[in-house]
Design a protein around this ligand. Sequence first.
Ligand code: ADP
Ligand code: MG
Length: 321
Amino acid sequence: MIKVENLVKHYGDKYAVNNISFTVGEKQIVGLLGPNGAGKSTTMNILTGFLSASSGKVEIDGHDILDDTMAAKRSIGYLPEIPPVYPDMTVKEYLNFVYELKGCTLNRRKHIEEIVNVTKIADVYNRVIGNLSRGYKQRVGIAQALIGNPKVIILDEPTIGLDPKQIVEVRNLIRTLGHNHTVILSTHILSEVQAVCDRVVIINKGRIMADKPIDEISDAVVTRCRLEAAICGPVKEVLYAIRTLNGVTRCDSLKTDGDTTTYIIESEAGLDIRKPLFNLLSSRGWPLVGLNTMGMSLEDIFIALTVDPTKGKSAKAKFVK
Ligand code: ADP
Ligand code: MG
């Protein structure tokens, strides 16, 4: 459905996108995952024909974005980083405006009604967009992308700036869209990709570092376990004791607040050290007052995914700025 070949975009001698290639099949949901400045928005702007590439090729549903721009663009609904909504219009006026703009020929009333229902914006249909909450604005942004029923939906950081409840709603909506559309979304949050995508393409500094089905990323993620523990006790002794626990690969103190210190504890692949940790602390009379399992950071994931097992060397050096 989407074919990207050797895409390059440079500004002067700075490469925003540096030789990116990937393909996306029909009705797949693919996440472009990468830190700020990785090249996600640039890639999406090129895919949607908003920006021209320095070199490379993009095909959407068999249409070349350069040779066959109109047809390619018609196959795409795009929600850019900043939603293109007009604050002075009502939702109704805006969606009708986009309908005209796209030259849509579907039954207007029925089509817009369907979109309003699927994006759950019926409550605010007659309200002025400028007065809506961020969550509603974002859904109006997704609604405009759906007008014309394009096969491909491209969403640039669709949950950024939303509160946790709105994030869940937008993620559910994206999963629903995946039933009938090919979806590419960008994010810098790993759990977002895990929550909604079938596949992840990890980008860093304009290059693809990994391109994997989501279950493979999960395998890489469980290769290390990390805990954050708040413990009352003498820091040096606590550190020493935890470091000698079987399977612990790293323990550092983060911060001390009164008599409680927070520690980061990492352990070997697939090893749950919570019970031995608790037993150790209770035997020493050091109360455990908080314990969180922490997800791996994007950097950790990135390293885990790009380790070359034959060389045993990670790509960390490439990631760190
Ligand atoms: P992301 O969306 O992953 O945060 P971007 O695609 O926005 O990343 O940016 C990728 C890189 O390209 C960044 O280093 C950014 O500063 C640079 N960049 C983006 N647009 C321009 C531009 N118009 N001029 C110069 N550099 C740019
Ligand atoms: Mg961006």
